[in-house]
Design a protein around this ligand. Structure first.
Ligand code: RNT
Ligand code: ZN
Length: 419
């Protein structure tokens, strides 16, 4: 499409939306200010650089063997740069502890900021904020299916020390980059079959978390988040860190709560949880992902739930308290395309939410005029929001429409094919 066509389509869209009291320029401006934290682990199927040959464990799985996965920090950074060049707006990068950049073998309880300094330098160059995650899976000491709630003191201690070490790295990210790093704690702890003791592991987890998070850290640099889950592969019957456990933990310990779209019953959605949880916890971290029948971590689609999630953030004015992160890992397709499709979809959903005539809809609802509410909500789907998206891409100098595929294909034949 030619630039002139995109601009004239935008002018038309602007006019259409203004008839509903929506200012497209403002929506675009707002969209550009809301960061999306892209997860590094789509780039290499959650292998990391600590011991990439150790199989992914902890009840999560990346399936597929598409060629060209990154195997070194510099390959991963190059792939990320490619993906970022195809995605408009404000981006952050979310790292896991296993993505450390060190030639020596460093145990997880001994990781230090210096092992991540190359990421910080790179983030500065690319004007990115960083987020972080301790890695409590894919490790011999998580093989029993327990980490922070393990019955053995010394194993709990190891993981507590890992979380403590991770918080220092997260704090370092925030200090260096001038934007707080959200550090999300997800643990795989659970059981395949019905436990006799559901309480004991939860008691141990609460103590372990309290001890791991005991040192106060300035929230201008670092924020703790905890992620609940219903089940994992091999942990079908019981997950120690369940929804109730972590909601109460976050509310009483003042951490952020992470809601992953794939961590609930198949018909249970996180979009409805955001408003409720926002009344009890200060900050929410979203793991936007697409569960297909289970917590399968498919690439984010422009589906009903992704749109509903973004609408909740926008309608309730929560953009300052909700951090939007992505969490998917599809190894069956080009990984740069996976990032591009998933991140652009999250942004499209956000834009569509920003273009909603909130005032009219709110008023209709307050007056019990549910006919207008439904009629207008449905018409909004076919208003020319996509013309606004194209214009946003144009002004951000990223490919319009499916044009990004050419760059992904070029990169695949010139870079990925040589790995
Ligand atoms: C697992 C959680 C967790 C992980 C990442 C890799 O079910 O969703 O967020 O996907 O930490
Ligand atoms: Zn997650």
């Amino acid at each position: 499409m030619k630039e002139a066509q995109i601009k004239s389509a935008y002018e038309y869209a602007k006019d259409v939306f203004s008839q509903y009291g929506v200012n497209t320029d403002e929506a675009i401006k707002h969209l550009g200010e809301i960061p999306i934290s892209m997860h590094c682990w789509q780039g290499d199927d959650v292998r990391g650089f600590e011991s990439p040959d150790v199989a992914l464990s902890g009840g999560i799985q990346a399936t597929g063997n598409y060629p060209g996965a990154a195997t070194t920090p510099s390959e991963l950074r190059s792939d990320l740069e490619k993906a970022f060049s195809l995605i408009p707006g404000k981006k952050r990068l979310n790292l896991h502890a296993i993505y450390l950049d060190s030639t020596d073998k460093i145990e997880r309880n001994e990781i230090k900021p210096e092992h991540f300094s190359s990421w910080v330098e790179w983030a500065k160059k690319n004007k990115l904020g960083l987020d972080f995650n301790p890695t409590l899976f894919s490790h011999p000491l998580s093989d029993d299916g327990f980490t922070l709630s393990h019955p053995k003191e010394e194993i709990r201690r190891f993981w507590i020390d890992h979380v403590k070490a991770s918080r220092k790295i997260s704090e370092y990210f925030g200090r260096e980059l001038g934007t707080p790093s959200t550090m999300n704690i997800w643990i795989p702890d659970g059981m395949k079959d019905q436990p006799i003791d559901r309480l004991g592991p939860r008691q141990r987890l609460i103590d372990a978390l309290d001890s791991a998070l005991s040192e106060p850290i300035d929230e201008r640099f670092h924020r703790d988040a905890v992620e609940c889950k219903l089940f994992g592969i091999g942990a079908e019957a019981y997950t120690v860190g369940s929804n109730e456990f972590y909601l109460a933990y976050a509310a009483t310990r003042h951490t952020a709560l992470c809601l992953d779209a794939g961590h609930f019953h198949p018909t249970e959605v996180i979009s409805d949880k955001i408003s409720a949880v926002s009344l009890y916890v200060k900050n929410i971290l979203l793991h936007v992902t697409r569960p297909v029948r289970w917590d399968s971590d498919h690439v984010v689609a422009f589906d009903d739930e992704t749109q509903a999630i973004m609408r909740e953030v926008v309608r309730n004015d929560l953009a300052d308290r909700v951090s939007i992160g992505l969490d998917f890992f599809d190894a069956s397709i080009n990984r740069i395309a996976a990032w591009t499709v998933g991140t652009r979809n999250a942004q499209k959903a956000l834009l569509k939410a920003l273009l909603e005539p909130r005032e009219i809809l709110r008023k209709a609802e307050q007056q019990f005029d549910y006919t207008t509410r439904l009629g207008l909500t449905e018409e909004m789907h076919s208003l020319p929001w996509a013309a606004v998206w194209d214009y946003y891409c144009l002004t951000n100098a990223v490919p319009i429409g499916f044009d990004w595929i050419n760059q992904v294909s070029d990169y695949e034949s010139t870079v990925l094919a040589t790995r």
